[in-house]
Design a protein around this ligand. Structure first.
Ligand code: FES
Length: 598
């Protein structure tokens, strides 16, 4: 990753023209490759491995001495966001072969945000473990990681960061815009909106059936600035993709070209000896935070970036988010906070164009997988549509899209995506209506006996990392039907859950510590007064310390959710939201020996 090693040239930062430069000088000799231990030594093991590679159909001259590139693929029939990745893996392999590498595809767990229950967040760390251990235990010199549906991006990068081989991330890319009766639809965002319209009696079953056809028209990730697009943009901002990769629509031919370019690039990186840790620096993580906040991105990125940074040995905190949020405006006018969709963002200049608006607050001298410096990578990047990617003097919001709250209800912090809330709720005091769990809430939310008014504060507990379990995306608590029919579309809502990146509303999320482990949320009672004040960054329960102490004495710790299996491991090891919900034994520093091969 020095100046002469085949960088992706500045003009190629245009997302429709990503292709690598010439092959780099070979800093790493074939016998210095990690895979040489498996294939190239005189021992019995190498003899066996060469024989077995012949069994795979390859002659020694096709692979010996070449960088072995693992293509970690989260493709699955059950995951509509990744259903095209089987083809993209072929493009990656094409690029690897072109650059003189030897590609090997590894199917890894798919985490389908739509289908996996109780939530794919329960399995993020499992995929991270799988990625780390596959890369460590097989003859791999470098990796290309194919993912994009929400948790897959952090999971793959957490695993790759832990094993610290050279790696390039290939984002799955957003699906095409949705359509219904001449309206453009955003996946997720419009699903919530029209479901509320159905509950309010504004549309019926026939309209819903049509909407089913129009919400998601092609393979690819959600095409709003939801969690998937936020995190793939964060990956590009970190510098682990080829430039412009994160917004290329999944079914655009440019996506194939980007995948092949990533395959070529990883071979060059292996030959240059550039490990992932050279890219994943504190400066890179700070720039990813800046990017997420200026995009008005998903609150889920807070948890994931903290966890990812932890795997890089970097302590990123909620305070880093709040500090940076005060210095960057929101410039992406993309739903759910704005008007446009990811395809518009892509043609407006994509992330290179977007980052070109922020060069004064980015660390421009850090390396990326494609360039010696981010400055070089962004040279020549342009914005083609200032409505979608706003200029600094005309932001969507003056401050970054996420605020970190503190107070006696959330001693270890909470977050709110204030740009997606109705402004009059950003300073609000109201009486609590408490639901002990999600099912109780679903069952009772529409009960007129609760007499919920727009001024009430809806509180959901036991939905955090342990209590959920897996911290499900329950945070956009439903507004009672009878209020929806009166036209109420937002209320203050509190929980220790997460919220979908495509959701919206005055929803305070990630309250830590969670109620299931005895956080103060466990002590709130219906009728208690609560004040949310986003400008003051505070969330306060108006109950005396003495009364809270009495309630605490009455509180009993619930039984663990799982008696055995992966869930029991999860329950034992999961950390709280403010530290990224990683497993304690994975997040801690320490050496892991490379496997012995004789
Ligand atoms: Fe996969 Fe939204 S459901 S990205």
């Amino acid at each position: 990753m020095t100046g002469d090693q085949g960088h992706i040239r500045p003009e190629e930062a245009r997302p429709d023209a990503v292709r690598p430069g010439p092959a780099p000088a070979g800093a790493v000799r074939p016998e210095e490759l990690r895979s040489h231990q498996w294939y190239g030594t005189d021992g019995l093991r190498s003899f066996s491995h060469r024989a077995r590679t012949r069994q795979l159909g390859y002659l020694p001259e096709e692979h010996l001495g070449k960088p072995v590139i693992a293509v970690l693929n989260t493709w699955s029939d059950i995951n509509p966001c990744h259903v095209h990745l089987r083809d993209r893996a072929q493009a990656v392999k094409r690029g690897v072969w072109q650059a003189g590498g030897f590609p090997l595809e590894f199917p890894v767990s798919t985490l389908s945000e739509t289908f996996q229950k109780p939530t794919p967040m329960l399995y993020r760390n499992m995929l991270a473990m799988e990625a780390e251990e596959l890369l460590r235990s097989y003859p791999v010199d470098g990796a290309v990681l194919l993912g994009g549906c929400d948790k897959t991006t952090p999971a793959l990068l957490m695993g790759a960061a832990s094993v610290d081989l050279p790696a390039v991330f290939v984002p799955a890319g957003p699906m095409l815009p949705g359509h219904w009766r001449n309206e453009v639809l955003g996946s997720g965002t419009d699903m919530w909106k029209y479901w509320d319209d159905k509950r309010a009696g504004l549309i019926g079953d026939a309209e819903l059936s049509e909407l089913e056809n129009g919400l998601a028209r092609s393979p690819g990730t959600c095409m709003t600035m939801g969690t998937a697009s936020t995190l793939t943009a964060a990956a590009e901002a970190l510098g682990v993709t080829v430039p412009g990769a994160s917004s290329i629509p999944a079914v655009d031919a440019g996506h194939d070209r980007m995948a092949a370019a990533s395959g070529r690039r990883i071979v060059e990186l292996v030959r240059s000896g550039a490990r992932l840790s050279r890219v994943l620096t504190r400066e890179a993580y700070e720039d990813a935070v800046t990017t997420v906040l200026a995009l008005g991105g998903s609150t889920n990125a807070v948890i994931h970036l903290i966890a990812m940074a932890g795997r890089s040995g970097i302590r990123l905190t909620l305070d880093d988010f709040d500090r940076i949020a005060r210095t960057v405006p929101v410039l992406a006018d993309v739903r759910p906070g704005g008007r446009f969709l990811m395809e518009d963002f892509h043609f407006a200049g994509g992330l290179p164009g977007f980052l070109s608006r922020l060069t004064d607050v980015l660390h421009l001298d850090r390396p990326t997988v494609a360039h010696a410096t981010l400055r070089e990578q962004l040279a020549g990047a342009l914005v083609h549509n200032p409505e979608v990617i706003r200029p600094r003097e005309n932001p969507l919001a003056d401050e970054g899209g996420v605020a970190v709250l503190r107070g006696n209800l959330c001693p270890d912090g909470a977050v709110i995506k204030h740009i997606a809330a109705e402004p009059h709720l950003l300073r609000h005091t109201g009486p609590a209506v408490v639901f002990d769990d999600y099912r109780t809430m679903q069952r009772t939310i529409n009960d007129p006996a609760l007499a919920i008014t727009p001024d009430h504060v809806l509180v959901l507990r036991n939905s955090g990392p342990k209590g959920g379990p897996g911290m499900p995306e329950y945070g956009m608590l439903p507004i009672p039907d009878y209020l929806l029919k009166e036209g109420v579309r937002d209320m203050v809502r509190l929980s220790d859950a997460r919220m979908s990146g495509t959701s919206y509303g005055a929803c305070v999320l990630h309250i830590a510590p969670e109620s299931y482990v005895g956080g103060p949320l466990a002590l709130v009672r219906t009728g208690d007064s609560i004040t949310l004040d986003v400008a003051a960054r505070s969330l306060h329960l108006h109950v005396s310390e003495e009364e809270l102490a009495l309630r605490r004495a009455e509180w009993t710790e619930p039984e663990p959710r799982y008696e055995r299996g992966y869930g029991a491991l999860y329950d034992e090891q999961i950390t709280q939201a403010d530290t990224g919900c990683d497993f304690a034994f994975l997040a801690r520093p320490g050496e892991v020996p490379d496997p012995y091969v004789g």
